[in-house]
Structure formats: structure tokens, C-alpha cells
Design a protein around this ligand. Structure first.
Ligand code: AMP
Ligand code: MG
Length: 364
């Protein structure tokens, strides 16, 4: 299969692919997603296959507006509407109770016409999307092309990030082509992602609400609306053997380039000096540093990449996955990376970097 790169003007073709049960590389403001009709279990199963994703890792359901929530969720708390009012469309995923089918609906289903993509599960969303959980992750993305495609397809789009499982998420159509060439019919090119890290995930089925994954909407912003927000321990540390994570995706290796990463956290000039002192001064060491410290590493033989200015965490979020992927195009044996503090979107950058490093973080 030849993977087609679709331009903005071909977005109705993109919607056709979703309607027809195919897979589409779809741009969002966070990262590129691998989308399919979220009500078609056959199409959704193909996502897992193309990515090599474990079946117990659920997908996020993307909708074009908050009013679609009631179609797929029940017991929706008032907090969901408050968050939607403030942050949707945008990089926030809410975990809510998935709507159950009524006994009448189940009866009709049994007696009605069926096709290979009919799903018979007890909930309105196929189990393959939710990994059989009774909750579902819901997001309304801000990217206009993405919402346009979902609206035209008139179906919620289930999508995880568009990378091969374990690799850094794609933030450009080219990244996605690196991983999905020959595996999917098309990628809709919507330009580079403006956020650059995946959506924030907040679980609203528990009290207090719990942050499962930091992202473009910050913990501080969530607390402004919700008051108390718990932070899942898996956000900042590695899960121990036998520990059961709340978000199934938390237990898997993520975002990792081929060479091992060491993340250094602390005052920026000190973390840069720490890295410089440990370099082998050969092409086997790669460095991802804040913009200001590029001159410090100018003499090094290995690749030196900028993560953006030390004070601009938004830029760091936009650049991180691109930098990790760029390292994969070199033959480095080790990667050293400066890591921002946890304030604002720094928590998301630090979380992805720490996961890429297998939580091999040095705090100085
Ligand atoms: P990705 O954006 O590729 O990381 O995939 C979607 C993420 O959303 C995964 O980390 C999932 O574990 C998480 N997710 C999706 N649905 C749920 C849910 N119902 N409960 C908890 N986490 C979820
Ligand atoms: Mg992912």
C-alpha cells in the first residue's frame, strides 16, 4: 500500500477514508493521531495492528463539540462541562463513564441486520476502543482540519498518537510517514503541531479528579477550575512491579529513541555543566540542551540539538519529540538531555523526557 499525503484541500477525501472504515493520519494541535471510525470495531482493531499497540491500552475518542458527550457518556459530572467550557476545543481529555446500552437497544441489535462491523458490546462504544473498561477518554481537538474531518465523517474518531508503539509521537506529517509508510492509506498534512505533546488526561470518575497524564492544559489551569486535583504517582515516577496503573498506557515503554537517554533536572547552567563534564567528546554522545547552551557544546563531535530557550517551556514541548526522532537518524550511543522544572507545561515536557529515559533522571 502506498501512503498518500493529503493536503488541506483534500480533507473531504480524508473524511471518506474514516467513513469507509479506513485508517487516517490525522493532524491535531497536540500530536498527529492514527484515526479510525470509533464506532467501527473492525476499523479500530486495525489501529492496534498498524501501531503494534497492546490491546489493553485504550484509545481516546475525538468529537467536534462538547454536545456530543451525551451520545457516548453517562453520569457526566458538572465539572466536565466546566472544563469543556474553559478548555475545549483544546488539548484536554476527560475520562468519563461510558454510556451503557439499554436492554431494548440490545434486543433490537440481536434481531436487526448485522454486518462485520456491528459491535455487540454492552456499551455504546466498542470494547476495543475502551479496552473493555467502563470509562472512555473524550477529547474535542482544536485543530480546524481535524474537527472538519470529524464533522464531515459524522462519527467520533478513535485515535492514539500516530507513532509505532514505543517510539516518540509524531508532530509533523513527515514523522508520521516515517512510522506508517505503507501501512495506512493516507495522512492529512495539517502542518507542525502547535502544542507538541499529547493531551492532558484527567479522570473525572473519581473524587478528587485525578491527573493521569500531564499535557497542554496545565495542572495549575485544572486546579483553577476544579480546586483539588490529585496527581497520579505514575506521572512522576516509574510504576513498580505488580503496581496497577489507572491509565493502562502508563505501564508501557514510551517515547523512546534507540539510544538510552539520561535526563538532567536542576538549574539550567548547572545541568548543562553536568552534561559537559560527562561527555566522551566522540560522535557517540548526543545532547539535547536549552538554546542558550548550544555554544557550550560547540566543540563536540556528536549531534547537539536545541530544545528551545530555557525559559520557554511551550517551545520545549513543541520541539521535544522532533529532537528525539532526530537522534534516531544518527548513530549516537547515548543521549543527554536537559530537563525543565515541573511548573506549567514543564510537567508534561519533564514527564515525556523521563519516560523516554525510562525514568533515568538525575536531579542536581
Ligand atoms: P496515546 O495518546 O497514544 O498515548 O493513547 C491514549 C492514552 O489515553 C493512553 O495512554 C490511554 O491509556 C489513555 N486512555 C484512554 N482511555 C482511557 C480511559 N478510559 N481511562 C484511562 N486512560 C485512558
Ligand atoms: Mg501514544
Amino acid at each position: 500500500m502506498k501512503t498518500q499525503l493529503l493536503s488541506e484541500s483534500q480533507f473531504s477525501q480524508a473524511a471518506e477514508i474514516i467513513r469507509g472504515g479506513g485508517l487516517l493520519g490525522i493532524p491535531t494541535e497536540t500530536v498527529y493521531g492514527l484515526g479510525a471510525d470509533g464506532l467501527n470495531p473492525v476499523a479500530v482493531r486495525a489501529i492496534f495492528q498498524a501501531k503494534g499497540r497492546p490491546q489493553d491500552n485504550p484509545l481516546i475518542l475525538h468529537i467536534p463539540e462538547a454536545s456530543w458527550l451525551e451520545r457516548y457518556c453517562e453520569d457526566i459530572p458538572d465539572t466536565a462541562y466546566r472544563l469543556a467550557g474553559r478548555f475545549w476545543p483544546g488539548p484536554l481529555t476527560m475520562v468519563l463513564r461510558c454510556k451503557k446500552r439499554t436492554s431494548q437497544e440490545l434486543e433490537e441489535l440481536k434481531n436487526g441486520p448485522v454486518c462485520s462491523c456491528t459491535h455487540f458490546g454492552p456499551r455504546v462504544i466498542p470494547d476495543v476502543v475502551t479496552a473493555g473498561l467502563d470509562t472512555v477518554g473524550m477529547r474535542c481537538p482544536a485543530h480546524p482540519l481535524c474537527r472538519g474531518v470529524i464533522r464531515l465523517a459524522q462519527t467520533p474518531v478513535a485515535a492514539p498518537s500516530g507513532n509505532t508503539s514505543g517510539r516518540p509521537s509524531p508532530t509533523t506529517a513527515r514523522h508520521m510517514l516515517e512510522d506508517m509508510e505503507g501501512k495506512i492509506p493516507a495522512i492529512l498534512d495539517g502542518g507542525p503541531c502547535t502544542v507538541g505533546v499529547e493531551s492532558t488526561i484527567i479522570d473525572l470518575t473519581c473524587d478528587p479528579p485525578r491527573l493521569l497524564r500531564p499535557g497542554g492544559i496545565t495542572l495549575e489551569q485544572l486546579r483553577e477550575v476544579l480546586g483539588e486535583v490529585a496527581v497520579d504517582p505514575a506521572v512522576t515516577r516509574k510504576m513498580g512491579e505488580g503496581e496497577k496503573p489507572r491509565a493502562p498506557g502508563m505501564k508501557y515503554r514510551h517515547y523512546a529513541p534507540k539510544a538510552p537517554v539520561t535526563a538532567i533536572k536542576g538549574e539550567a547552567a548547572q545541568s548543562a555543566a553536568y552534561i559537559l563534564n560527562r561527555l566522551s567528546h566522540t560522535r557517540w554522545d548526543g545532547v539535547i540542551c536549552f538554546e542558550e547552551f548550544l555554544p557550550l557544546f560547540a566543540e563536540e563531535e556528536g549531534p547537539i540539538l536545541s530544545l528551545g530557550p530555557a525559559g520557554d517551556k511551550g517551545e520545549q514541548a513543541r520541539r521535544l519529540f522532533d529532537a528525539l526522532r532526530a537522534m534516531d537518524r544518527t548513530d549516537v550511543k547515548r543521549i543527554w538531555a536537559q530537563c525543565p522544572d515541573d511548573g506549567g507545561i514543564g510537567l508534561a515536557v519533564s514527564n515525556r523526557l523521563n519516560k523516554a529515559a525510562g525514568f533515568h533522571i538525575i536531579q542536581i
